[in-house]
Design a protein around this ligand. Structure first.
Ligand SMILES: *Cc1c(COP(=O)(O)O)cnc(C)c1O
Length: 396
C-alpha cells in the first residue's frame, strides 16, 4: 500500500483523470433531472434504504457526489469500508446516537471529552441514558440495553489517552465509538484496535484552516447505511463547498500534523521547565501506563498540548490576554496556533465538581499548535509567561 502522505494527496480523486479535470468538481445541484421516472424512483429507493451508490442523486439531501468524494477519502485513510459526512462534528455524534439507540437504550462513556459532547450526553436530549465510567470500569456499566460505548482519545482538554483495545475487550458485543479528532488518521486508526466507529470533527485538523465546519464517521458499510438514513431524515448535511475545502485540506494533512507536532514537542519541553508552569500534558508524556498506550495506538503525540499554571485561573486569563502571535480562541487544528482556557470556555458548561474530577484545573490552558516557526511561538509564550512572573514578583 502507498504511504499515507501519498494517499492523503490522491484520496477521493481516483476518477479525475478520466473526467479530464485536475481539481475536484463541486456539484451544487439541489435537485437532479429524472432521465426517466422509473430509474429516478429506483435511485430514491436505494438512497432511502441507506445505499452509498445509485444512478441518480435525485435530491441533494439524499446524496451529493462532492460529499461522497470526501467520504471515500476518509474511509480510505481510516481503513474503513465507508464513511458518512455531516454538517459538524456534533451532527455526526448525534447521528451515531440516533442510529445506535432503541427505546430504553443506554450508553457508557468516559470523561473527560469535548465539552459539547459531554453536554449532549448529559442532557439526555436524544433519549439515550448516559452512564459515566472510568476507562477500566466500563464492563461493570454494561447491560443488555447498552447500545454504545463512547470514548475520546486523546481526550479534550487534558490529552488523557484511553486504551482502545482494552475498551473494546470490555465492551464485548457492544460497538465502540472513538472520537479521534485530536489524533487524525495520521496518528491513530481506531478501527485497527477493534473500534466499530471513528468520529472526527473535521472542522479541526482535517479541514485544517479554520474555515469549514464538518463531521465524519468512518465505519462498516452496515453502520454507514444506518447513518445515511439518519442523515436523510434529519437533514444534517455537509455542504458540497465544505466537502471541497475538506478534500483540499486533506492533501496537506500529513505535512501539517507532522510540522505542528514537532513544534508541540519542543514547546512541551520548554513549558515544563518554566517556573510558572506546574505541569504539561502531551500524549505519551504522562505516567508509564499513558506512555504504553501511546506506544501501542499512536504514531506521535499530535499537536495539541495543555499546561497548568501554578497561579491558577487569573494567571491563565492574563496569559491569554498577553499573547500577540497566538490567537486566544477555542477550536484547534488550524494552521495558526490557538490557545484557550477550558474552565471558562470549552468546558464551562460542566459542573465544577465534574471539571475537577476529570483534571480540568482552573489554571489549565489548552494550546493547538500551528505550523508557524516554533521559535516565534515560544517567544510569544515566553513573554506572556515572564510578564506574569514579573507581575507576581512585583506584588510580592
Ligand atoms: C470540535 C470537536 C467536536 C465537535 O465538532 P464540531 O465540528 O464543532 O461540531 C467533537 N469532538 C472533538 C474532540 C472536538 O474537538
Amino acid at each position: 500500500m502507498r504511504a499515507l502522505s501519498t494517499r492523503v494527496v490522491h484520496a477521493g480523486r481516483d476518477d479525475l483523470k478520466s473526467l479530464g479535470v485536475h481539481a475536484v468538481p463541486v456539484d451544487l445541484s439541489s435537485t437532479y433531472p429524472a432521465q426517466d421516472s422509473s430509474s429516478a424512483g429506483a435511485s430514491l429507493e436505494a438512497w432511502v434504504a441507506g445505499h452509498g451508490e445509485a444512478v441518480n442523486p435525485v435530491y441533494a439531501r439524499l446524496h451529493n457526489p462532492t460529499v461522497a468524494r470526501f467520504e471515500h477519502a476518509l474511509a480510505e485513510l481510516e481503513g474503513a469500508e465507508a464513511a458518512v459526512a455531516f454538517g459538524s462534528g456534533m451532527a455526526a455524534l448525534s447521528a451515531v446516537l440516533l442510529a445506535a439507540r432503541q427505546s430504553g437504550s443506554n450508553l457508557v462513556a468516559v470523561r473527560p471529552m469535548y465539552g459539547s459532547s459531554d453536554h449532549l450526553l448529559a442532557s439526555g436530549l436524544l433519549g439515550i441514558e448516559t452512564r459515566w465510567a472510568e476507562a477500566d470500569d466500563i464492563a461493570a456499566h454494561i447491560d443488555r440495553d447498552t447500545a454504545l460505548v463512547f470514548i475520546e482519545t486523546p481526550a479534550n482538554p487534558t490529552l488523557q489517552l484511553v486504551d482502545i483495545a482494552a475498551v473494546v475487550a470490555q465492551a464485548g458485543a457492544v460497538p465502540v465509538l472513538v472520537d479521534s479528532t485530536f489524533a487524525t488518521p495520521v496518528l491513530q486508526q481506531p478501527l485497527r484496535h477493534g473500534a466499530s466507529l471513528v468520529l472526527h470533527s473535521a472542522t479541526k485538523f482535517l479541514g485544517g484552516h479554520g474555515d469549514v465546519m464538518a463531521g465524519v464517521v468512518a465505519c462498516s458499510e452496515h453502520w454507514a447505511a444506518r447513518l445515511r438514513q439518519v442523515r436523510i431524515l434529519t437533514g444534517a448535511l455537509l455542504h458540497p463547498w465544505a466537502a471541497f475545502l475538506l478534500l483540499r485540506g486533506l492533501q496537506t494533512l500529513v505535512l501539517r500534523v507532522e510540522a505542528a507536532q514537532r513544534s508541540a514537542r519542543v514547546l512541551a519541553k520548554r513549558l515544563e521547565q518554566h517556573p510558572a508552569v506546574r505541569r504539561v500534558h502531551l500524549p505519551g508524556r504522562g505516567d508509564a501506563r499513558q506512555q504504553d498506550i501511546a506506544r501501542r495506538q499512536m504514531r506521535g503525540p499530535g499537536a495539541v498540548l495543555a499546561f497548568e499554571l501554578h497561579a491558577g485561573e487569573a494567571a491563565a486569563r492574563q496569559l491569554m490576554a498577553r499573547l500577540g502571535l497566538i490567537t486566544p480562541a477555542v477550536s484547534l487544528g488550524s494552521c495558526d496556533s490557538l490557545l484557550q482556557h477550558p474552565a471558562s470556555l470549552t468546558h464551562r458548561v460542566l459542573d465544577p465538581d465534574t471539571r475537577r474530577a476529570c483534571g480540568i484545573a482552573p489554571g489549565l490552558l489548552r494550546m493547538s499548535v500551528g505550523i508557524e516557526a516554533v521559535e516565534d511561538l515560544w517567544a510569544d509564550l515566553l513573554q506572556a509567561l515572564d510578564a506574569g512572573q514579573a507581575g507576581r514578583t512585583a506584588v510580592a
